[in-house]
Design a protein around this ligand. Structure first.
Ligand code: FAD
Length: 519
């Protein structure tokens, strides 16, 4: 049988265009790609924060920051800043920074034993100080904040996220305007031969085996292909609606199923650009603040069982202040969970059609990036080997199931307990294995043996940050530390403090760096 070399992507949101551009970068003209998107059915209109592995995507496409960042009003993200998850006025950071270890114990364990201050994030990481001070991770000449941090020049070209895992943590991710990124990638893809059809898919026709034969569009007639990629967002038009793949809900563990979002133009020069995403806990969820070059993206993610859409919008407007008065709100219903399998027959769903968890750790775009990397890895041959599909489906399911566990820790771990929503967060069902992990992490901090065992993009140090920052589960230090010489650890805490001070003194402000990039 002929190798599948005709791909049809339905959907032109972030998922559709990331998929089209990645496939072109991977396979060039050996693969024909058609992307069909409707100009009547809008994209989700949010999705602006990423995590640090996203740089592999841009590098794979051979895109340079100086080119794509100004075009997408992009900024740097060094961490997620969590506000009020423990108590009002408290904040901590979950940074993109490798945690050091001393005498075989992670620095956070030493911090529990004898941390110099109340702030584990400032004692154990330099990024927390850079975020508080609003610093750029690069010097004006372009060099990275640490000489020993991995810069892309040192790496083989086209490295994927999972190949990279376990090597040095790259110190930042990006924020960008989703619509501008889709536009940028549209140009990239069409320049490389992707056929762009603006039309609405009205029907999806199957052959006698139940595989997709062709799609029917309103104005362009039938479009055939070998492999169909469903990027139609929460609609799941091809995979869920046509091929009847069931959806596995995560809502028992993660109840937030709605959001209301605003895009608020602001004078960022005057206000300054915090180099992090902020997640501020609210009575029935949390509000994100994503600083871009020229505006902020903000939204209240909440559970419909605890808060109405009107209450959520009112609270969000109060939170943002008068600058948002004339801005129209975007109310969104979220489908939380994943498709039972994301690849069935000759149809693969990528993006929201495949699965989604609330955006607390900015994992939506990471899921897309992971999915397209895996699609290239497991790309089918003429025999459509079922084992390739199974490999792909397991990898995609594991990533989402793992992130589900990580997010559940935020809610179980939050000391906040003042409304029915936060009280219920302490008793919501979680997978059995996770319930056991919660117990274990209170006597020994998470390590590679005790977190979700398959690749899901989150190393054990991320779990430690959330556990220590949210403050509700009270982990104890390893008893062995009481018997271990602490000379080296005292030096390590002092070295981090000195390094943070020196970086804050020498790095430019985030705004200054981004403004210079544009000139
Ligand atoms: P969509 O943007 O919904 O695009 C669907 C596309 O399908 C559109 O182009 C539409 O025209 C097309 N379409 C649908 N039906 C048809 C049809 N019949 N014919 C033709 N075309 C059709 N992710 C992050 O990584 N970071 C974040 O900070 C983040 N924040 C989020 C906040 C919220 C509230 C939500 C809900 C999501 C967030 N996400 C985030 C997830 C992120 O927005 C999505 O992963 C990303 O935008 C991909 O969406 P998509 O392309 O799958 O779907």
């Amino acid at each position: 049988m002929k190798n599948p070399d005709q791909v049809v992507i339905v959907g032109g949101g972030t998922a559709g265009w990331m998929t089209a551009s990645y496939l072109k970068a991977a396979f060039g003209d050996r693969l024909s790609v058609t992307l069909v998107e409707s100009d009547k059915i809008g994209t989700i209109g949010v999705g602006e924060a990423t995590f640090s592995d996203i740089r592999h995507f841009f590098e794979f496409l051979d895109l340079k920051e100086e080119d794509w960042m100004p075009a997408c009003n992009a900024t740097y993200k060094l961490a997620v800043r969590f506000e009020d998850w423990r108590e009002p006025g408290h904040h901590f950071y979950h940074p993109f920074e490798q945690l050091s270890s001393v005498n075989g114990f992670p620095l956070t364990d030493w911090w529990l034993h004898s941390g110099p201050t109340e702030r584990f994030d400032k004692d154990c990481y330099v990024m927390a100080s850079l975020c508080d001070a609003g610093r750029s991770p690069r010097y004006l000449g372009g060099s990275l904040l640490e000489h020993d941090a991995v810069d892309s020049d040192d790496e083989p070209v086209g490295m994927t996220m999972s190949e990279y895992q376990g090597r040095t943590q790259f110190p930042y991710a990006y924020h960008f305007e989703a619509a501008l990124l889709a536009k940028y990638l549209t140009g990239y893809s069409t320049d490389r031969g992707v056929r762009h059809v603006i039309d609405e898919v009205q029907d999806v026709l199957l052959d006698e085996r139940g595989w997709i034969d062709h799609i029917v569009t309103k104005d362009h007639g039938e479009i055939s292909g070998d492999l169909f990629i469903d990027c139609t967002g929460f609609r799941g038009l091809l995979l869920n609606k046509t091929l009847d793949v069931p959806f596995v809900s995560y809502q028992d563990t993660l109840p937030n199923d709605r959001a209301v979002a605003l895009q608020v133009p602001l004078d960022m020069q005057q206000r300054g650009i915090r180099p992090c995403t902020t997640a501020t806990a609210q009575d029935a969820g949390w509000i994100w603040t994503i600083p871009l070059f020229g505006r902020i993206g903000t939204g209240y993610v909440y559970a419909g069982d605890y808060c109405t859409a009107d209450e959520a919008e009112r609270r969000l407007r109060e939170f943002v202040g008068p600058e948002a008065e004339d801005v129209e709100a975007n109310h969104i219903r979220m489908r939380i969970g994943r498709s039972e399998r994301s690849w069935k027959n000759n149809c693969v769903a990528v993006g929201l059609a495949s699965g989604f968890v609330e955006p607390l750790e900015s994992t939506g775009i990471f899921f897309i990036h992971h999915a397209v990397e895996q699609l290239v890895k497991y790309f089918p041959g003429g025999d459509w080997q079922p084992k390739l599909r199974e490999g792909y489906n397991a990898a995609v399911a594991n990533v989402m199931d793992g992130v589900r566990e990580f997010l559940a820790l935020h809610y179980r771990g939050a000391a906040r307990n003042d409304t029915p929503y936060w009280k219920d967060a302490k008793t919501r069902p979680v997978p059995d294995a996770l319930a056991e992990r919660f117990e274990r992490w209170q006597v020994q901090l998470p390590d590679s043996e005790s977190v979700f065992p398959y690749y899901h993009g989150l190393p054990p140090f991320s779990y430690m940050c959330i556990l220590l920052g949210t403050g509700g589960l009270r982990p104890s230090p390893s008893p062995a530390l009481a018997l271990t010489d602490d000379t080296a650890v005292r030096k390590e805490f002092a070295a981090i403090r000195d390094k943070a001070r020196s970086l804050v003194d020498t790095l430019p402000s985030h705004y200054e760096y981004l403004a210079a990039m544009r000139t």
